[in-house]
Every structure is written in C-alpha cells, then in structure tokens.
Design a binder for this molecule. Structure first.
Ligand code: GZL
Ligand code: ZN
Length: 316
C-alpha cells in the first residue's frame, strides 16, 4: 500500500519455491480426507513448496479444468489423483507440450502413450482384492464351510476407478477357483456411506441368503451395516453375514476389533511423502521408477488389537 503504482511483487522467498498443482478426486470418504491431509502435510512452504490444491468434487471435468489452470499458471509439477482411468489423453498431452511433468497418485490412468505421466504412487489394488479372497478361503475352511454354498454380494466403488477395477479383479480371480462360491451381484456403491446403505438394503430385499458382503471401502461398509441391522441380521464374528471391508480407516479397524466386521484390507493413504520424495529426486535429476507401491497390510481378528501406532490407523 505504500507509494503509488508499485506492482505487488511475489515475496522474494517465493521465487525459489517449487510450485505444485494438485488435483484431488474430492472428499467422498474418510480415506480421501486422510489422503488429502498427507498431501498437505508434505507440500508445505517450509518444505520448499507453493501448493495449489483443487478438490474436484468427484467430477472428471473439474479435474481437467484444474489441470488446464495449472498449465496456464505454469506450475512446476502437476500431481493428479484421477477419479477414473480413461479420458485423460488430451489434457495430459497439453501438460506434456507445456513441459510440465505429471505425477499420478492413488488411482492411475489408461492412456495410449504412458510417457504422458512420469510416475504413479499408489496401492496394489489387485493384491488387495486377492488378499480378501485368500482370507475368505482360509476362514471358510476353518469354519468347516469350504463345501457349503457361499452366496456373496459385492459393493463396488466408483465405476472405472483403479481401486474398483483392481479390487474387483483380484477378488474375482480368487473366487473363480472356488466352485461353491456364488457371487450373486456386484453393485456400484460409489465409495459413499449413503449409496452403500441404499444398495445393501436393495440386495437384502432381493436375496434371502447372503453369506458374505465384500465392501470396497469402509464408508460403504458403515452404510451396509446400518442396512443389515435394519433387516434384523447380524454381521462379523459369529454373525449371519461375514463382512470384508477395504481402506482400514480408524473407524474400520475399530469394527474389526469389536468383531462387527471380519477383516479390513488396508489401503495406505499416507502417499504425500512418497510423491514429495519423487519430486525431490526429479529436482536432483535422479531417475524415477514408473510406479511406487505404498506398504499395506490386512487387519484381522488376530492382529487388529495389536498396539495402536503399529497399526498406524488412519485418522479422519
Ligand atoms: C483407494 C482410493 C479409494 C478409497 C476410497 O486408493 O482411490 O477412493 O478406497 C476412496 O475410500 O474414495
Ligand atoms: Zn448361505
């Protein structure tokens, strides 16, 4: 405000900050909140970054708009958690033409030319789905039910999302060799509590004997449990319905501990620090891999009670 006509200069210390544009899916789940927190914790000014963060409210069009805005602002890096795998070729080509590296996190993209992104940091979703199937196989054997007809329904996440595709594929692979497992239906629960509850209520109406629910994230599980209880059925240990969940947010792991659900397959949201490390490596001119898998585990009755910080439950 002093003097007249002096153009607002960016403060000197901003000049050497690395400018990172982040396009986040939305805030649809507890997991997503933890994921966003991990990104904001990593890209601080103290760490040498100027973070421009956009929440796309679960719309791919908003993510494409954000990326175009990052390009026009000439950010140094674009970090993208793509809501679904397809539809990115054009805008990622624009980023490439502008010489701005794109780093994917969480979910990934299906593009004709994978030089359109530098690397991806996320979970091995197929492995998560397989872990669920292998656990169910062992559990049923322990229960002496490995010859019973087992009716399964699946609450899937957002259509076309890598997490949905991978968890579905991984579980289906393990299920198809179990001749007595019947997957009655796989429905889109959109990774939200409301939709999960609505779809679970519909499935309970339609099928009178559901033995297992596979719910591809804890938010849908919270809704499914409400619907199951409303139908007068019990879940988890010694329950009518075995429940397998994914994400292992704190509230999900708590449900394992109290026996309301059987297992929770962790999806580690603490990805910000890995993405930040990739950028540090690129700034140092180091080679980076095409993919980095974050460490994960499965919470069961046996290990969910283990000491808290070892579980590294996800807050949110
Ligand atoms: C998984 C992530 C999924 C979570 C959901 O990496 O893409 O999206 O499992 C979230 O909770 O909505
Ligand atoms: Zn049955």
């Amino acid at each position: 405000p002093f003097g007249s006509g002096n153009v607002q200069e960016t403060p000197a210390e901003d000049d050497n900050l690395i400018v990172v544009g982040v396009s986040q899916v939305g805030s649809e789940s507890v997991w997503r909140t933890a994921h966003t927190q991990s990104v904001q914790d990593a890209f601080t000014r103290a760490n040498g970054y100027l973070l421009i963060f956009d929440n796309a409210r679960q719309k791919q069009a908003n993510q494409i708009k954000a990326i175009r805005s990052f390009i026009s602002q000439q950010v140094d890096y674009i970090v993208l958690s793509p809501i679904e795998e397809t539809g990115w070729d054009t805008v990622l080509q624009e980023a490439k033409d502008a010489g701005i590296p794109v780093i994917l996190m969480d979910r990934t993209v299906e593009v004709a030319d994978d030089s359109l992104y530098t690397t991806w940091v996320g979970s091995d979703f197929i492995r998560e789905g397989q872990d669920a199937g292998y656990w169910l196989e062992d559990y049923l054997k322990e229960q002496g039910r490995d010859e019973d007809e087992i009716n399964i329904v699946v609450l899937q996440g957002t259509k076309g999302a890598t997490a949905t595709i991978g968890r579905t594929r991984g579980f289906n692979e393990t299920a198809k060799i179990q001749h007595n497992w019947n997957i009655l239906e796989q429905v889109d629960g959109e990774f939200t509590t409301a939709k999960g509850k609505e779809e679970m209520a519909r499935l309970l109406e339609k099928y009178e004997d559901i033995d297992v629910v596979v719910s591809q994230n804890d938010d849908m599980t919270f809704g499914a449990l409400e619907a199951i209880h409303a139908a007068g059925k019990t879940t988890g240990v010694n329950g009518d319905i075995t429940v397998i969940s994914f994400d292992a947010v704190d509230a999900g792991v708590e449900l394992v501990r109290n026996g309301e659900i059987n297992i929770d397959v962790q999806c580690n949201p603490d990805q910000g620090k890995y993405v930040e490390q990739v950028i540090k490596d690129m700034e140092a001119g180091k080679e980076v891999e095409k993919a980095y898998y974050v460490p994960e585990r499965v919470y069961t009755q046996e290990n969910a009670g283990e000491d808290e910080d070892a579980a590294e439950g996800i807050s949110g």
